[in-house]
Design a protein around this ligand. Structure first.
Ligand code: ADP
Length: 489
C-alpha cells in the first residue's frame, strides 16, 4: 500500500495532520493513504510561497520563461495521458472516456496559459496631457489559495494553477477531501517541469480546517474556489474581511429547453449527455428540462429509450457511460431527492433506483432517472441534486419558458435546442446564465470565459482575461518635463 506524501514548499514530506484515505468509488478499494496537512503545514507553505513569488529568480523571469514551464507541464500531461486518466478515474469514479477528456483539457489549459502569458500586454491609455505619459501594467497578486472540488480535479485544478503561475504568483492548492491524488500528481509534474520550489504547494485536508486556515491567512491575496454555493458564500465573507478578491465557481440548476422546431434526435442525445455524463455530478448538468408541448411526448419517450440504453458500471471498463457516485452519503442524498420528488407529486419515468446488478453492490451507483409531473417551484427543480436526475416539464409559449428558466437562484448554464438560430439567439440573450449552449451541451473551449450569474458564482475563468484575474493593475505616470508640481490656480 502506497503512503503518499504531501508537497510542501518544493519538498515531499509527511503531512502533520490526520490519516486520510483515497478510495476507488466503484468498489471502495483503497487507492492510497496519506497524512493530511495540518495548520503548521499551512503556515509553512504560505510563508514559503510568499518568499518564492517575491524572489528575484521568479519575479525577474520573463514571460517566455514562465511559459516554458507551463508548456513542459502540458507536454508531460500529454505523454502520460492514459495513466493520468486512470488515476483520475480511481480517484473519483468517472468513466475513463470522460477522464481522458479531462486530462487532455488540463494539458490544453497549461498550453493556453503559456501562450497567454507570452502575449499578455500592458496598456497605454489614451494620453490626456503633454506633461505626463501614463502606462498601465499588470502585476501578480502574491500567494493564491486554490480550493477545488472532487468532480473534475485535473481540469479544475489546472484552470486555477496555470493562470495563477503564468501571472507570476505562487499557489497553494487545497484539493477536495475525497480526491487528493490528482493534485499531488500535478505537483509532481510541475516539479519535473522545473517550477522553482515554494511556488506550488499541495495541501490535502479538511475544507473546514485546512481550506479555512488558508483562506484566512493574512498573506493569501486571492481565493480561487470551485465548489458548493454555501461554501463559496462563506469564503466571500472571509475574503471581504481581508479585502481580497475571489473567484467563485459555484452550483447550478441549469435549464435545457427544446423549442417546437428542434431536431428531436439531436436534442434527446444532447440532453441525455448533458444530465447523465459524470452521473450528473457536474455543476453545469442540464437538470431541468423544458419541452414545447408539441414535442413533449415523443421527446420524453426517446429520452427514456436512450437512458435505458446507458451502461452503468465499473468506470475503468470500456463502453461505460455512468460510473458510481462519489460515495454512499452522496448517493443517499440523491435518493432522498428522488423520494422528495415523489412526495411532491412527481412520477419517476425511468430509474429512481440503485442498480440490481450484484457486481455493482460495492459502489455508490444510481440509475439514470427521469421525473415528470412537477412544476418549476418543486424543490427538486430549485435545489442542486448533483446526480443523474432530470426533471422534465412541458411549456406552451416562450414568455412562460423564459420566466421558468430564469426562476432559479442559480445562473450557471442553459441549453437551447432549435433549428431557428435567430430565435435561439434571441432566447439566449434573455437567459440569466453565464453560458448558453445552442444545439450542443457541455461543450468547452479554453479561450471562452466560464462562470456564473446570480448564486452560481463571481468572476470568470478561462479566456485571455483568465490570467488577468490573477493580477492587479498598476498605473504609472511619467513626467515628460522638469516642471515642479504647481498648486492649481
Ligand atoms: P462540494 O459539495 O463540491 O464538496 P464544497 O464546497 O463542500 O463542495 O467543497 C469544495 C472544496 O471546498 C473542497 O476542497 C472542500 O474541502 C473545501 N471547503 C469546504 N469547506 C471549506 C471552508 N470552510 N473553507 C475553505 N474550504 C472549504
Amino acid at each position: 500500500m502506497e503512503t503518499l506524501k504531501i508537497f510542501l514548499a518544493g519538498r515531499w514530506r509527511e503531512g502533520r495532520g490526520e490519516l486520510m484515505q483515497s478510495r476507488f468509488p466503484a468498489d471502495g478499494s483503497l487507492n492510497a493513504e496519506l497524512h493530511a496537512a495540518n495548520l503548521d503545514d499551512v503556515n509553512d507553505a504560505v510563508a514559503a510561497a510568499e518568499r518564492a513569488w517575491r524572489a528575484p529568480e521568479w519575479r525577474q523571469q520573463l514571460p517566455h520563461q514562465r511559459a516554458a514551464i507551463l508548456q513542459r507541464v502540458s507536454e508531460l500531461i500529454v505523454e502520460q495521458l492514459e495513466p493520468l486518466a486512470q488515476l483520475q478515474t480511481r480517484d473519483n469514479g468517472k468513466p475513463l472516456a470522460e477522464t481522458r477528456g479531462l486530462v487532455a483539457s488540463a494539458a490544453a489549459t497549461a498550453r493556453y496559459f503559456a501562450a497567454a502569458c507570452e502575449v499578455l500586454e500592458g496598456e497605454l491609455p489614451t494620453q490626456r496631457s503633454h506633461d505626463a505619459m501614463t502606462l498601465s501594467q499588470y502585476q501578480p497578486l502574491g500567494v493564491i489559495a486554490a480550493i477545488t472540488p472532487w468532480n473534475s480535479p485535473i481540469a479544475s485544478e489546472m484552470q486555477k494553477v496555470a493562470p495563477a503561475l503564468a501571472a507570476g504568483n505562487a499557489v497553494i492548492l487545497k484539493p477536495a477531501e475525497a480526491t487528493p491524488l490528482m493534485a499531488l500528481k500535478l505537483a509532481e509534474l510541475f516539479e519535473q517541469a522545473g517550477l522553482p520550489a515554494g511556488l506550488l504547494s499541495v495541501l490535502p485536508g479538511k475544507g473546514s480546517v485546512i481550506g479555512e486556515a488558508l483562506a484566512r491567512h493574512p498573506l493569501v491575496k486571492k481565493i480561487s474556489f470551485t465548489g458548493g454555493t454555501s461554501t463559496g458564500r462563506h469564503l466571500a465573507h472571509v475574503a471581504a474581511e481581508k479585502l481580497i478578491p475571489t473567484s467563485l465557481e459555484l452550483g447550478g440548476k441549469s435549464p435545457t429547453m427544446v423549442l417546437a422546431d428542434a431536431d428531436l434526435e439531436q436534442a434527446a442525445r444532447g440532453i441525455c449527455y448533458g444530465i447523465f455524463s459524470s452521473a450528473g455530478q457536474a455543476c453545469i448538468a442540464g437538470s431541468r428540462l423544458f419541452v414545447h408541448r408539441s414535442l413533449y411526448q415523443p421527446l420524453l419517450a426517446r429520452l427514456c429509450e436512450l437512458a435505458s440504453g446507458l451502461r452503468v458500471g465499473n468506470p475503468l471498463q470500456p463502453g461505460v457511460h455512468l460510473g458510481p457516485l462519489i460515495n454512499a452519503r452522496h448517493r443517499q442524498s440523491v435518493a432522498d431527492y428522488v423520494a422528495l420528488a415523489q412526495q411532491e407529486g412527481g412520477r419517476v419515468l425511468i430509474g429512481g433506483e440503485i442498480p440490481a446488478d450484484p457486481q455493482l453492490a460495492n459502489g455508490s451507483y444510481y440509475l439514470p432517472t427521469i421525473i415528470e409531473g412537477l412544476n418549476n417551484e418543486a424543490r427538486v427543480c430549485q435545489e442542486e441534486i448533483f446526480g443523474p436526475v432530470l426533471v422534465a416539464m412541458p411549456f406552451d409559449d416562450e414568455a412562460q419558458l423564459i420566466e421558468m428558466a430564469n426562476d432559479s437562484v442559480y445562473g450557471l448554464a442553459a441549453g437551447i435546442w432549435s433549428r431557428d438560430f435567430p430565435r435561439a439567439m434571441a432566447l439566449a440573450s434573455q437567459l440569466e446564465t453565464g453560458t448558453v449552449w445552442i444545439n450542443t451541451y457541455k461543450t468547452f473551449s479554453i479561450s471562452t470565459p466560464f462562470g456564473g450569474f446570480k448564486h452560481s458564482g463571481l468572476g470568470r475563468e478561462k479566456g485571455l482575461h483568465g490570467i488577468k484575474a490573477y493580477m492587479q493593475q498598476k498605473s504609472v505616470y511619467l513626467a515628460l518635463n522638469h516642471q515642479i508640481n504647481r498648486w492649481s490656480d
